[in-house]
Write a protein that binds this ligand. Structure first.
Ligand code: SAJ
Length: 424
């Protein structure tokens, strides 16, 4: 339930600054703008700023283009590099991990330093970036450190800053749908901040909005992704065991999932993307001694690309100058995102393992090889049919719908390594 005061606060929000126009920030900015708010997107990348101001989207996501183009043409959304004064701020910047697997908070800290000087008091600041427990409080402390004239609760007559965490939970490829339909968890540093943030998300979110404190909201996001990671690790471990026992793992999982309380996910070439492959480490970093299962799941999933490389090496052993077709580069199907992609890692490692091999990559969603592969002289981007035609070994890395067009007869006589059970 919103208190009347915070409902009032939310009703006074007319302008929202969204800091970070990436996979989460830009869709959120666009949906707020199409729901009638004035939104200023802020990004350090001038190409992103230009693209948005031209009504374009700098990455592929279904239906995002229509929202951005519409909001920009109606004057509701614009982008710039400087942080403006606004009624509410949504921080949606990356939180990558460092070499020691702890979270790199530098982007959040930079956002806090940019927001602090433009505050007037009474604004709402929401951290959306997936972050370790305690990050929302640290963000607030950074801002208040620069603005001792403000407070979190109006104490000593200092105007209050409403600070909350509202983690995003949308699935790439379905972002514009899930932004509207998913339930959300909103955690405030104060109950008022949680109420105000919930009221803002209520502008477009049709799911239920659950209120809690900031640390629990931070942890709930990490736990959701760690839960999925553990389940995928279970499937990946089963895939290796099944291979050794000469059992079809996909058939095995299909049958086990007929049990009313069993729901095993699917094995694959490893876990990629910027969420599930990263977030569980924040839990491990927060309590290393008590997170053995979460850490092991990460290690099992991280070991899977190496297992696939070994399979490819075995399939190509005995062939001089083998031609190896690798199908797909993104971290999952039907998107162009190659962040932390196991497919990219596998191609790179196969290229190093067999420098004499010709590695032909078919990636229907990319028009060039990613940076990690640019230095591999024996890796080339090709049309799918061409890549398959001359290949001795065909490795299916991503289950893109576009690969459904591949004629089964074109695969005859070749060694197939199907990491996703695509052709079962
Ligand atoms: N994967 C498998 N087997 C499966 C499912 C996925 O190997 O059965 C692999 C995918 O191929 C991919 C990786 O896992 O490499 C991650 O893909 P995903 O579809 O599981 O998740 P993401 O990273 O696209 O999005 C996740 C979602 N989290 C959960 O489902 C708990 C999404 O709701 C979050 O918003 C997102 O992380 C995020 O931003 O945190």
């Amino acid at each position: 339930m919103l208190t009347s005061r915070t409902a009032e606060t939310a009703a006074t929000i007319r302008t929202v600054a969204v800091i970070g126009l990436g996979y989460i920030g830009l869709p959120t900015a666009a949906i707020l703008a199409t729901n009638g708010l004035d939104v200023i997107g802020v990004d350090v990348n001038p190409n992103t700023v230009d693209a948005v101001n031209n009504g374009d989207v700098p990455f592929a996501e279904p239906d995002l283009g229509i929202h951005v183009a519409g909001a920009v043409s109606r004057g509701r959304l614009r982008a710039q590099r400087d942080t403006p004064s606004a009624d509410a701020y949504i921080v949606a910047v990356p939180t990558p991990f460092k070499a020691d697997k702890s979270a790199d908070m530098s982007f959040i800290a930079a956002a806090a330093r940019a927001i602090a000087p433009v505050l007037r008091g009474g604004e709402l600041v929401i951290l959306e970036s997936t972050s370790p427990p305690g990050s929302t409080r640290r963000l607030a402390e950074l801002i208040l450190g620069m603005r001792p004239d403000l407070s979190l609760d109006g104490r000593d007559g200092k105007p209050a800053l409403l600070v909350a965490h509202c983690p995003e939970r949308v699935l790439p490829g379905r972002i514009m749908i899930e932004l509207v339909t998913n339930d959300r968890v909103v955690g405030g540093l104060t109950a008022e901040a949680a109420d105000a943030a919930a009221a803002l998300y209520g502008v477009f979110c049709q799911g239920e909005i659950h209120l809690t404190d900031a640390a629990t909201a931070e942890m709930s996001k990490l736990v959701e992704n760690a839960y999925r990671d553990v389940n995928i690790a279970f499937a990946n471990e089963l895939s290796v065991i099944s291979e050794n026992l000469d059992i079809d793992v996909w058939e095995l999982i299909r049958l086990a999932n007929h049990h009313p309380r069993v729901n095993i996910l699917q094995p694959g070439p490893g876990v990629g993307g910027h969420c599930i492959a990263v977030d569980p480490w924040f839990i491990v970093a927060a309590d290393p001694e008590n997170s053995a299962l979460i850490r092991t799941a990460r290690e099992v999933n991280d070991a899977k690309p190496g297992h696939i490389v070994e399979q490819v090496g075995n399939a190509a052993s005995g062939i001089t100058r083998p031609v190896i077709a690798c199908l797909g580069l993104s971290f999952k199907a039907n998107i162009d995102d190659v962040r932390e992609s196991p497919a990219v890692q596998i191609v790179r490692r196969v290229a190093m393992l067999r420098p004499d091999a010709d590695i032909l990559v078919a990636a229907p969603h990319e028009d060039r090889l990613p940076q990690e592969l640019a230095g591999c002289a024996n890796v080339r981007l090709m049309e799918t049919d061409q890549a398959i035609e001359s290949a001795h070994v065909v490795v299916l890395l991503v289950d893109h719908d576009k690969f459904r067009d591949i004629e089964p007869s074109s695969l005859e006589g070749k060694t197939i390594i199907d990491t996703r059970g695509f052709w079962r």
